[in-house]
Design a protein around this ligand. Structure first.
Ligand code: 3VV
Length: 176
């Protein structure tokens, strides 16, 4: 049983209400998109362990310039594959602003085509390829400064309703 149609009010939980309101973004082209929330591992400015990803709308997709640093090291000098996957997953989260749906990752497949180097700027792109009911197919790529694609990701996101998040809100609040 899914909760995509659940529109129960969230006003009993101010933190969740504020957060869900912030998702109602209709960004114009090139607009910097808001972080999912302050503590988000991918983009939250308050998360000291996070990636602080900043993404902009670009046509029907999103684009970001990103640098991995020493906190994300796997093999010496190379970003950990899990760190790259985290950033790509979060980039898909930004693409949802353009799609205009609340959705969560059901499946994420990353291809690591070449090492992603630390302290090196990459350009990341993501867009939705297709939609079938609640199923959103999204694709992303990571390019180096020469335009070489060093990683790609394909994802299946499933549209959910606010209740998907509100029913777990106490856990989020307890950490703040
Ligand atoms: C104006 C509004 C603007 C809004 C903008 C919003 C932006 C921000 C939005 C959100 C912020 C979040 C921040 C982003 C961060 C990055 C993303 C993350 O890290 S998300 C966290 C990690 N993911 C989870 O925690 C999910 C855990 N999984 C679940 O909770 C459930 O599995 C869920 C809700 C995803 C689906 O569960 P079910 O029970 O509702 O649905 P079932 O029936 O299992 O699957 C739905 C459909 O998908 C198909 N399906 C499932 N798996 C499939 C697969 N592997 N391949 C193909 N189809 C598959 C099924 O066959 C079904 O299809 P059929 O509807 O019947 O046609």
């Amino acid at each position: 049983m899914h909760d995509a149609q659940d529109t129960r009010p969230t006003s009993s939980n101010p933190y969740m209400s504020d957060w869900l309101s912030s998702m109602q973004t209709t960004a114009h082209d090139s607009a910097l998109l808001p972080p999912h929330h302050g503590d988000c591992l991918g983009c939250g400015p308050a998360n000291q362990h996070g990636h602080h990803l900043r993404a902009r709308r670009h046509g029907d997709g999103v684009v970001a310039a990103h640098v991995f640093d020493g906190r994300h090291v796997g093999a010496p000098g190379i970003a950990h594959g899990g760190a790259v996957a985290t950033v790509l997953d979060d980039l898909f989260g930004f693409a949802l602003y353009v799609v205009g749906e609340l959705a969560v990752t059901r499946k994420l497949e990353v291809e690591y085509l070449a090492p992603v180097l630390l302290q090196t700027e990459y350009t990341l792109h993501a867009e939705m390829l297709s939609r079938n009911g609640r199923k959103l197919r999204l694709r992303a790529r990571v390019e180096d400064q020469n335009g070489q694609v060093v990683a790609t990701a394909d994802a299946l996101f499933i549209v959910v309703g606010p209740a998907h998040f509100t029913s777990r809100a106490p856990v989020i609040q307890a950490r703040r």
